[in-house]
Design a protein around this ligand. Structure first.
Ligand SMILES: *[C@@H]1O[C@H](CO)[C@@H](O)[C@H](O)[C@H]1NC(C)=O
Ligand SMILES: *[C@@H]1O[C@H](CO)[C@@H](O)[C@H](O)[C@H]1NC(C)=O
Ligand SMILES: *[C@@H]1O[C@H](CO)[C@@H](O)[C@H](O)[C@H]1NC(C)=O
Length: 442
């Protein structure tokens, strides 16, 4: 039976500062190992988790609709039709991306696919078509106008950084940002300033949102999470933030020990430690709840306004082994109906959507000052197996022919790439929030 140690993923992960792709697969396998002892090995993308893990089948029917409420239409404005941006399909688009790897200076190496020699560029020529409406092409001036005198912070793991870098590239086509601050290993904390609009955009590394001790070569080989304690590395600066995008998920698959009120609550994949295996869905739920509660409490205590967007889980697309060529070989999106949201991807999303709804209900009385929405990208993302760097996380991986071992990233997104669409939807969401408020005060 497969165990994580046999993969030597520690070496891969720590020496390359490359987070989830390998672990994603490995820990999915670990999960399988736990719950599926009698079953033969299946790749993580092929399985349905059993009822013991999936208490309910992910489905839209019982979830609150993520679409905004109907709005009054003012005669002198373009009609605002409520649109569910999160159901639709990818359609071909001849226009291609809004920026490229040479015009944007902030793309992390591992996601700079064109510059790294990815030969097929068809993945750049698709746009997301929501069933009910058209998603406008990203308008950097409009976004910057909405950010005027504000600070937008991305908080989370490397998917948060991926989305932030996409946004910076999109905005940089209209106005050049200055990197004002950077700190932390691998520049995990950074802030840019757009002098043109007195606007700041930043990123805070916090893969659990709650206090966590990340596993390391010198320390324990599992993460420690303190589920009732918010991570002050970002929460301590909340007072300076006007808008927060939270994006987490993949780090919850790692081996971990969970603490609550200073006692051990349980663990995930901790052989050798005498703790109860509790999986990670409820843990994700608790962490997100702690983060959202602390935003509600701190911001409303000071009477400060805050907009919070939770980007939902972005599925990985490993089809083969992470260290072999062809791990995520697709070069076009799935067609409508070709791939259903299910298993862990669906469950992670469900937890996040439910916690967003619960926090909304809790903060109902602060309606205008605390505005919270889910950026429900899970299904959009699921349909894009073609958008990952794969072997092009490294420059020209096949320059010397196909080697036996080829690292693959089938988790993050090429820039430019599908993740630019997350920010196109983010813009529409922020526009709607502003419109609602404007109509409320007028
Ligand atoms: C990148 O974009 C710039 C500006 O639009 C353009 O001049 C340049 O040719 C593009 N490079 C590539 C490789 O497409
Ligand atoms: C710039 O924005 C900050 C808030 O982010 C605000 O405090 C400051 O007054 C703004 N400056 C100007 C000149 O508007
Ligand atoms: C494991 O924990 C249980 C319950 O806390 C205890 O009874 C048992 O002795 C422990 N086993 C070991 C090997 O520490």
């Amino acid at each position: 039976m497969v165990t994580p140690s046999s993969f030597q993923y520690k070496t891969f992960f720590f020496t390359n500062k490359f987070l989830p792709c390998s672990l994603y697969l490995l820990l999915s396998i670990a999960l399988l190992h736990f719950y599926f002892r009698p079953l033969p090995f299946l790749s993580s993308s092929e399985i349905d988790l059993p009822p013991s893990i999936l208490t309910t089948t992910p489905s839209h029917s019982h979830l609150p609709s993520p679409s905004p409420p109907a709005e009054e239409i003012k005669a002198n404005e373009t009609p605002i039709t409520p649109c569910d941006y999160f159901n639709g399909k990818w359609v071909r688009d001849r226009r291609g991306p809004l920026y490229n790897g040479t015009t944007c200076g902030t793309i992390k190496q591992g996601q700079n696919c064109i510059v790294h020699g990815r030969p097929d560029l068809g993945y750049l020529y698709w746009r997301w078509k929501p069933t009910q409406c058209n998603l406008p092409r990203f308008d950097p001036q409009a976004f910057l106008q909405l950010l005027k005198n504000k600070h937008l912070a991305f908080v989370g793991d490397s998917m948060a950084r991926n989305q932030l870098e996409s946004l910076l590239c999109l905005l940089a086509t209209a106005s050049t940002p200055n990197l004002e601050y950077r700190n932390g290993e691998d520049n995990k904390f950074r802030r840019w300033f757009f002098p043109s609009h007195n606007a700041s955009v930043s990123v805070y590394w916090s893969p659990f949102l709650v206090k966590g001790i990340e596993k390391s070569n010198s320390g324990p080989n599992h993460n420690k999470l303190y589920l009732d304690v918010v991570d002050e590395r970002w929460a301590g600066e909340m007072g300076k933030m006007d808008m927060i995008v939270l994006s987490i998920g993949h780090w919850f698959l790692h081996p971990a020990v969970y603490y609550e009120v200073d006692a051990v609550l349980g663990c995930h994949y901790c052989p050798g430690l005498n703790h109860t295996e509790i999986g990670f869905y409820d843990v994700l739920r608790k962490a997100l709840r702690t983060a959202l509660n602390s935003i509600i409490e701190r911001k409303t205590a000071k009477g400060e306004a805050i907009d919070v967007i939770v980007t939902t889980f972005s599925p990985a697309h490993f089809e083969g082994e992470w260290d072999k060529a062809g791990a995520c070989p697709k070069t076009r999106p799935f067609r409508k109906g070709e791939k259903e949201l299910e298993g862990m991807d669906g469950e992670m999303r469900k937890v996040e959507i439910e916690e967003v709804e619960a926090a909304k209900a809790k903060a109902n009385e602060f309606e205008d000052r605390f505005r919270l929405q889910a950026l429900d990208v899970t299904k959009l993302a699921l349909m894009r197996p073609d958008g990952h760097p794969g072997p092009y996380m490294h420059p020209f991986p096949f320059a010397n022919g196909v080697q036996e071992h080829v690292q693959n990233d089938c988790v993050h997104w090429c820039l430019p790439g599908p993740i630019d669409t997350w920010n196109e939807i983010l813009l529409e969401m922020i526009k709607k929030l502003e419109d609602q408020t404007r109509m409320g005060v007028e």
